[in-house]
Design a binder for this molecule. Structure first.
Ligand code: ATP
Ligand SMILES: Cc1cn([C@H]2C[C@H](O)[C@@H](COP(=O)(O)O)O2)c(=O)[nH]c1=O
Length: 213
């Protein structure tokens, strides 16, 4: 069985960038790697509803924290066979966002902390009920909400179809979400966490070696 490694962090933190660097470094170490990003936009009906709700479609759907949390969870449940096959066939399955994104954003939206009801609900739903695989390691790419917002804005201007959504434009939500992420990492929620400073150059080689040796 391969190792399940997850990259977590705020919108615009640099997860996609780090995921690409870590994939290349893992290949350099001779490891086979599968990658997947959640939500699976364009591949799952649940993910497409998520994107639409984040851009204010479907009435008050986006306002329901539990409703949105269930959509994210159902997207992952639909990927269960793919996740298990990727873990069976590779040394590493590297995910850009996973269950902890649901915990961090939902708790932050409800102004709860990592010990609150929402984080418990996510664990019960996604791990206990849906049987999603538990990560071996979660990497928190830690940047301030200000840095994340600047990067997300720059990307929105340089890429088509990347207009910032209702979560990305809510600065207070991002600040609260950063705090919940810190608590999840400090409490080793679901797995060990590696906290990486996202404002310095990411040590892809060192991280890859630590993951596979
Ligand atoms: N270390 C860095 N320094 C400066 N800019 C960066 C850094 N890492 C990423 N960026 C830039 O910031 C923007 C967001 O990066 P990226 O798409 O990797 O973030 P993300 O965390 O995957 O975002 P999202 O969760 O919203 O999809 C991109 O334009 C990227 O080029
Ligand atoms: C997977 C997942 C994501 N979210 C939040 C985090 C982002 O603000 C949006 C969309 O994700 P993207 O990386 O910007 O495409 O959704 C969440 O609340 N719960 C989740 O499980």
């Amino acid at each position: 069985m391969g190792r399940l490694v997850v990259i977590e962090g705020l919108d615009g933190a640099g997860k996609r960038t780090v995921s690409a660097a870590l994939t290349a470094a893992l290949h350099e170490e001779g490891a086979s790697v599968a990658t997947l990003a959640f939500p699976r936009y364009g591949r799952s009906v649940h993910a497409d509803f998520i994107r639409e709700a984040l851009h204010r479609e479907h009435g008050d759907l986006g306002e329901s924290v539990y409703g949105m949390g269930l959509l994210y969870a159902l997207d992952r449940r639909g990927a269960l066979d793919e996740l298990n096959a990727a873990l069976r066939d590779n040394d590493v399955l590297l995910l850009d966002r996973y269950v902890s994104s649901n915990a961090a954003y939902g708790a932050a939206r409800l102004r709860q902390d990592a010990n609150g009801e929402f984080v418990k609900w996510v664990r019960e739903l996604e791990i206990a009920r849906f049987g999603l695989p538990v990560p071996d390691t979660q990497i928190l790419l830690r940047v301030s909400a200000e840095v994340a917002a600047e990067r997300a804005e720059r990307r929105a201007q340089s890429e088509v179809d990347r207009a910032r959504d209702v979560f990305e434009t809510d600065d207070d939500l991002q600040v609260r979400c950063a705090a919940v992420y810190d608590q999840l990492a400090a409490g080793s929620w679901l797995s060990e966490w590696r906290v990486v400073d996202g404002t310095t150059i990411f040590d892809a080689t060192g991280t890859a070696r630590a993951l596979v040796h």
